[in-house]
Design a protein around this ligand. Structure first.
Ligand code: PLP
Length: 412
């Protein structure tokens, strides 16, 4: 089937939720994608931060193929091969750098980032309720407010859209679930004022330590530490949405580890299973014990196939030297981008990088379109911002190839 025929079919039968680019990728290997005509592309987006070990990474392919031949799915009524190992590995990675004896994390398995955040939101509400009950207050008086950050992105379900503090995305879908209040990122005084006024209502603060969809904007350590202090003072939870910045994307196992904070709850998805759909909500300490049978669930979450893919992916990501390589290549990428004419500012950690284009340079969406024709898969998060989320196997030679293909496109 030609690209034109595929386009016509999708136009007729697939909902238009994405403005699709005119290309159909049919094969991938490592950092490279190939379209239906055999043309080669360097992938600097990795399926929006998903294909963490590159396309068709041999350990992931082998694990999925072997598992598919044994058992695809049985449901959460039963124990699942690999699931305990994956949860233990996540716990070890979440505790990396924490003092010895740090409490283990327990994980709920879901299928996407939005579902991981839904679980975190329900867990925070139930935690608030249990604490109120333990203090002899009726459940109806429990703290229910979840503080989020302006410009955040937590997903497209109704509750995660309510947590996504972007009025333009929310407007058409009102009424959204109540009980969310947004505060400006990195404004400690505003956060303190919110807690001074409504602290007794707060059951959680929910943050992306590095906002991804808004264009790769890291929080400051000072702000995240204030969020940790204020939540701890009130017995509320700190939730880190690590859907985009987790799983070694920043060169640390999880993004929060860059900022000297330890959250109670973490949402995980995207790169965790190397391309297989999976989400996870992990919690430690008191928060790990909140959800009981009947409180939450998923038919597909934590399936045999997802666990096999996650175990293969996480084991490869956690191998000695892998994170060092992500940090080193990420620093090289930022350095090379910053030196390009037309680039005004470069931000990020590891291989999660945003570049603002200077006034006078072409608009970012135009650069993305031209890049596709030049064999480069890129992404724009706004009219002037390019976002780079390459597979984490990206090497310096790949960065050189990216820069070579990108540089001519930045000249107006
Ligand atoms: C930080 C963050 N949270 C949640 C989500 C939603 O994840 P999903 O699309 O898998 O539901 C995204 C997706 O981009 C994200 O970047």
């Amino acid at each position: 089937m030609t690209l034109q025929e595929q386009q016509a079919l999708e136009d007729a039968y697939v909902m238009a939720t994405f403005a699709r680019k005119p290309v159909e990728f049919v094969r991938g290997e490592g950092m490279r994608l190939y379209d239906d005509r055999g043309a080669e592309y360097l992938d600097c987006l990795s399926g929006i931060g998903v294909v963490s070990l590159g396309h068709c990474a041999p350990p992931v392919v082998a694990a999925v193929q072997a598992q598919a031949a044994e058992l695809l799915h049985v449901s959460n009524y039963y124990y699942i091969e690999h699931r305990g190992q994956v949860a233990r590995l996540l716990s070890e990675l979440l505790n990396a750098g924490a003092p010895g004896g740090a409490a283990p994390w327990k994980t709920f398995f879901a299928n996407s980032g939005a579902e991981a955040n839904e679980c975190a939101i329900k867990l925070a509400r139930l935690h608030g309720r249990r604490r109120a009950e333990a203090a002899g207050r009726p459940g109806g008086e429990a703290p229910r407010l979840i503080v989020t950050l302006e410009g955040s992105f937590h997903g497209r379900t109704l509750a995660t859209l309510a947590a996504t503090a972007q009025p333009a995305k929310q407007e058409a879908f009102q009424p959204l679930p109540e009980g969310f209040a947004a505060t400006p990122p990195n404004d400690v005084a505003a956060l303190e004022a919110l807690f001074a006024e409504r602290g007794a209502e707060v059951c959680a603060v929910m943050v992306e330590c590095i906002q991804g969809e808004s264009g790769v904007h890291p929080c400051t350590a000072e702000f995240l530490q204030a969020a940790r202090r204020l939540t701890a003072e009130r017995g509320a939870l700190l939730i880190c949405d690590e859907v985009q910045c987790g799983c070694f994307r920043t060169g640390e196992p999880f993004g929060f580890q860059l900022f000297g904070v330890r959250p109670d709850v973490v949402a995980i998805a995207k790169g965790v299973a190397g391309g297989f759909p999976m989400g996870a909500c992990a919690a430690c300490g008191e928060a790990a014990e909140v959800l009981a049978p009947g409180d939450h669930g998923s038919t597909f979450g934590g399936s045999n196939l997802a666990m096999a893919a996650a175990q293969a992916t996480l084991s490869a990501l956690a191998a000695p030297g892998f994170a060092d390589q992500v940090r080193e290549v990420g620093a090289y990428l930022r350095e090379r981008l910053a030196a390009l004419p037309g680039v005004a500012q470069v931000r990020g950690h590891g291989l999660m990088v945003g570049a603002d284009l200077a006034e006078g340079a072409p608009a970012a969406p135009d650069v993305v379109a031209a890049a596709l024709e030049a064999g480069l898969v890129l992404n724009a998060t706004g009219p002037r911002t390019l976002r780079f989320l390459p597979p984490l196997i990206c090497a310096k030679e790949d960065v050189d190839c990216l820069v070579e293909r990108l540089a001519p496109l930045l000249v107006a």
